[in-house]
Design a protein around this ligand. Sequence first.
Ligand SMILES: Cc1cc2nc3c(=O)[nH]c(=O)nc-3n(C[C@H](O)[C@H](O)[C@H](O)COP(=O)(O)OP(=O)(O)OC[C@H]3O[C@@H](n4cnc5c(N)ncnc54)[C@H](O)[C@@H]3O)c2cc1C
Ligand SMILES: NC(=O)c1ccc[n+]([C@@H]2O[C@H](COP(=O)([O-])OP(=O)(O)OC[C@H]3O[C@@H](n4cnc5c(N)ncnc54)[C@H](OP(=O)(O)O)[C@@H]3O)[C@@H](O)[C@H]2O)c1
Length: 500
Amino acid sequence: MTSSPIKSVAVIGAGAAGAAAAVALSAEDAFDVIRVFERREVPGGTWIYDADPKTPIVLHPGKLPTETDPPLKTPARLPTTTPPSPQYRYDRTPIYADLTTNVPAIAMSFSDRPFAYGPFVPHWIPKQYIENYFSFHQADKHLSLNTTVEDVSRIVGKNKGEYKWKLKLRRYDPIQHVDDWWEETFDAVIIANGHYSVPIVPQVPGLNEYMKKYPGRVVHSKSYRTSESYSGQRVVVIGNSASGHDITTQLVESRKPQLPIYQSRRSKSLWDGPDTPPDIEWKPIIARFDAEADEIIFTDNTRLRNIDAVIYCTGYAPSFPFWNTEANGGPLYDYDDGHLKGIYQHTFFRSFSNTLGIIGMPRVLTFRSFEYQAIALARLFAGRNTKPLPPLAEQEAWEKKRLRLVKEEGRKFHDIIWDNGETMGWLRFLFELSGLPVLEGIGRTPPVLNKETRWAIEHVRKYPIPDRGKAGDDEAAVAEDGEWLVVNHWGRGKDSLHFI
Ligand SMILES: Cc1cc2nc3c(=O)[nH]c(=O)nc-3n(C[C@H](O)[C@H](O)[C@H](O)COP(=O)(O)OP(=O)(O)OC[C@H]3O[C@@H](n4cnc5c(N)ncnc54)[C@H](O)[C@@H]3O)c2cc1C
Ligand SMILES: NC(=O)c1ccc[n+]([C@@H]2O[C@H](COP(=O)([O-])OP(=O)(O)OC[C@H]3O[C@@H](n4cnc5c(N)ncnc54)[C@H](OP(=O)(O)O)[C@@H]3O)[C@@H](O)[C@H]2O)c1
């Protein structure tokens, strides 16, 4: 045990980030209580495949999660039971039947356990992997499944100057058909709730009327499951990142005889060449929908009539409905500039005396980055971090500087670039803050990102990049193995890992 005042830690979510947190906290052997609250019936997060997406998810064009995924009203006194809440919580996942991973297994998996195989695997492999990771490290004992964290409030502790975190928790009782509510108090909290749950759809003139007139025609990629559902249909896909590209590809590959798939792109992706691929017709963004005429009008004034399906692949926004804004002195997330308020190094919150952390927000390597964040937070909470966090003023300066930088460069606060070394710098910070475990073997060792892993990130890819060579690059494929390619390097334009 350590002299740290933190003896109990709650983790919100049992996806890959929650798994990394549970294992790192457990390994410190410094906490009396570790509780991992997960609203689903199993660990796995994103990687749980829900064959029934509970369609149609009601789309709210132009609205943010603060409106579409609001806090649930919590009972005044706990513990108690209430009739089951009917409020939709976006807890189904966006995984579709034929989805495979898009990051080479060596770089996607945690450092101490390989994926069953690789480099790119079907969705059930990461799902099994996360479940097994909990049990392999005997961290499954910390899980509280089917339990939704509905409120996180900072409260004053019994001792002078002491603060705690009170969590209000809800679990559906399927025998009594009621919601059981209770509360638990912790010294520290790690938020690992993911950020691909609540879909976002842009506000486009006429879209609301169009959706009303043609119910079920417009969906978000969160509801997409198989290409067969669109067989023989004329489909417009909107978006050109991982979902837009992959779903367009799946639709095209599944159609015989061929009907074109219309793909509305706001920007070019790494996978786009100069020419439209066969059976795809590229469109610019949509200017408006005309429900009366059954038309979609694009910004180049071209029109499509009598479309059968519109799939918005326009991504997701983070949602923290459990964060009690009033009790905690303000919101956790600023939707105007897309960043966690009061954050340092995408992981630590300076306003809460090192008792609150978050894992998984940056758009960067996934599982492997979560591991660095989890070990750093576990060490900090245990009071065993080798390097201290800098003074609060320096942490605040970091946040301001980053806000300025991303604004200047026109990118997002939590997108960390691979190609310019930003990712390595960030991981190095977490690595050095954590330091080594103690000699007795208590604590996890922060992983290295070795040459082999870095090589895989830069050279092994799922999708071909069609216009290689045109910009004077030399990244032609040098080897092929069925469904994946080895390339000399990634080329120019968007960051190599922009699609993660
Ligand atoms: C369609 C799709 C494909 C992807 N493909 C890849 C890929 O190929 N490679 C890759 O590296 N990454 C991929 N990702 C990113 C993926 O999200 C990460 O790999 C990783 O799974 C994120 O883990 P997480 O733990 O941060 O979040 P999640 O996996 O979302 O887990 C969060 C967990 O928190 C739970 N939770 C949320 N709120 C509460 C609450 N209030 N109370 C209790 N529990 C709560 C959720 O139920 C969930 O289980 C993909 C994402 C999507 C959407
Ligand atoms: N394993 C896989 O193969 C796979 C498959 C699907 C998803 N994923 C993962 O899922 C996560 C989410 O990916 P995502 O593709 O759903 O979301 P995303 O990466 O956030 O992409 C959103 C897309 O919507 C576009 N967009 C936003 N607003 C638009 C508008 N008004 N009009 C037209 N286009 C608009 C964006 O264009 P800009 O690019 O111009 O901003 C971008 O192309 C990522 O982690 C990704 O790796 C993985």
